[in-house]
Structures are given as structure tokens and as C-alpha cells.
Design a protein around this ligand. Structure first.
Ligand SMILES: N[C@@H](CCC(=O)N[C@@H](CS)C(=O)NCC(=O)O)C(=O)O
Length: 217
């Protein structure tokens, strides 16, 4: 029913989000890996699946019909809609509205963080000299996580209690903070450990490590 097209796992922060969402649904899926940073081959390869030229892409095949869904947030939304039993959004409409804001803020924001602390999933790296904007974006994320965790995490350990799209969207930030040793308060540390312990994160990490060992990342 599903094929998820992802980029090099060591680097592709955008691909990690729908991967953890898809794993949370329990649905079986095939994976296609496209190696990033192979110019101009990467772009050509991605365009075989989506003219937008970006991974991740989810191919859905249902009863002889198919659809391509591109963009990490669109894929997570689609999975939440198609798998209501996975409760990928909180049931309470007001909490759900807030969780959507968390996901959207991540999706459209934090450009300096992305630029300076790029994802290198299986590595531990010294942090670069952080710009003020990057520091402010890190503070904003920690503040947002602290706020959600204080109110909802007792009901499941994640940002909004049960594991949700908000957690999927921030999973790459958890990886970045771990890679660069960003200092975080204890509740955030515990949250990061819960995310990193997810079987989906462990499997992604094992595949990323193999890429590094093979010299392709
Ligand atoms: N807004 C998009 C961004 C996706 C994106 O930028 N993906 C990168 C890889 S992580 C990509 O496909 N780059 C193409 C390339 O490296 O040629 C999303 O959420 O999926």
C-alpha cells in the first residue's frame, strides 16, 4: 500500500519525520533510498517520483489507484487521516490545534538551527560557533517543549501525551541536539531519551550508521 522515498538517512532530517509517523501507524511499507548530495544525479532521481524534486515522498497505492504525496508535513497529515487508530493527532480539538501549531512552527521555522546544526544522525560532533539567531531558536524550541511536556507528557511521555505528529516533526531536532551536545533541562533530556529509544529511531540510526561505515554519508 505504501512506498516511502527517503534521502540519505544520516542527513535527511525531512525524511525522518514521515518515517517515524509511518512506523507509528504499524502499516507495512517499502522504502526507496535516494542518495543526497550527488549532483546532478540526486535531483534527477527524485524527479522520477516527484517534480517538486524533494524527498520525502510517499506513494500510496489503493485498489488500483495511486497518489504521490510530497512534503513531510503533508505526508504526516495524510497518515494521520488514513490511520485514525494511530491517534497521530491529539483527540481534544484545542490540544490538537496547539499540536498543529507546534508542527507548523517547526516546518516553517528555525532556519539558523537547520543551517548551523545540520542533521548527522549517527555522529557526535562539536558544535560550531553559534550565531545569536541560532541560540534564540534553540531557546524557543526548549521553551516550547518544556511548556507542552509540563502540561501533557504525564499522559504518555510525549509532547502532547501520546506520540503525535508534533513529535515526528521534532524528531530530527532531538537528533541534532544529541549530535551537537546541546544543553537541555532535565524534562527535555528525558523526552529526548524517549524519542531516541523509539524502535523507529533506532532502526533509522542503524541504517544511518551503515551509510557512514560504507562511506556514502
Ligand atoms: N519542505 C520539504 C523539504 C524537503 C527537503 O528539502 N528535502 C531535501 C532533503 S532532506 C531534498 O530533497 N533535497 C534535494 C537535494 O538534495 O537535491 C518537506 O518538508 O518535505
Amino acid at each position: 500500500m505504501y512506498t516511502l522515498i527517503v534521502g540519505t538517512r544520516e542527513w535527511s532530517s525531512w525524511s525522518l519525520r514521515p518515517y517515524v509517523a509511518l512506523r507509528a501507524t504499524g502499516a507495512p511499507f517499502d522504502e526507496v533510498l535516494i542518495r543526497l548530495r550527488q549532483q546532478p544525479l540526486t535531483g534527477d532521481e527524485i524527479k522520477r517520483y516527484s517534480k517538486a524534486g524533494r524527498v520525502p515522498i510517499l506513494k500510496i497505492e489503493d485498489d488500483g489507484r495511486s497518489a504521490m504525496v510530497w512534503d513531510s508535513l503533508a505526508i504526516c497529515e495524510t497518515l494521520a487521516e488514513r490511520h485514525p487508530e494511530a491517534r497521530l493527532w491529539p483527540a481534544d480539538p484545542l490540544v490538537r490545534a496547539e499540536a498543529r501549531s507546534y508542527a507548523a512552527e517547526m516546518h516553517s521555522g528555525f532556519p539558523d538551527l537547520r543551517d548551523q546544526l545540520s542533521m548527522s544522525f549517527s555522529r557526535t560532533l562539536p558544535p560550531p560557533e553559534l550565531r545569536d539567531a541560532t541560540k534564540q531558536q534553540i531557546e524557543r524550541i526548549i521553551e516550547a517543549w518544556m511548556s507542552a511536556l509540563a502540561r501533557f507528557s504525564s499522559a504518555g511521555g510525549f509532547l502532547f501525551g501520546g506520540f503525535s505528529v508534533a513529535d515526528c516533526m521534532y524528531a530530527p531536532v532531538v537528533s541534532r541536539f544529541a549530535t551537537y551536545g546541546v544543553e537541555v533541562p532535565a524534562p527535555v533530556k528525558a523526552y529526548m531519551e524517549r524519542i531516541r529509544a523509539l524502535p523507529a529511531m533506532r532502526d533509522w540510526g542503524a541504517a544511518a550508521k551503515k551509510e557512514v561505515e560504507a562511506g556514502v554519508a
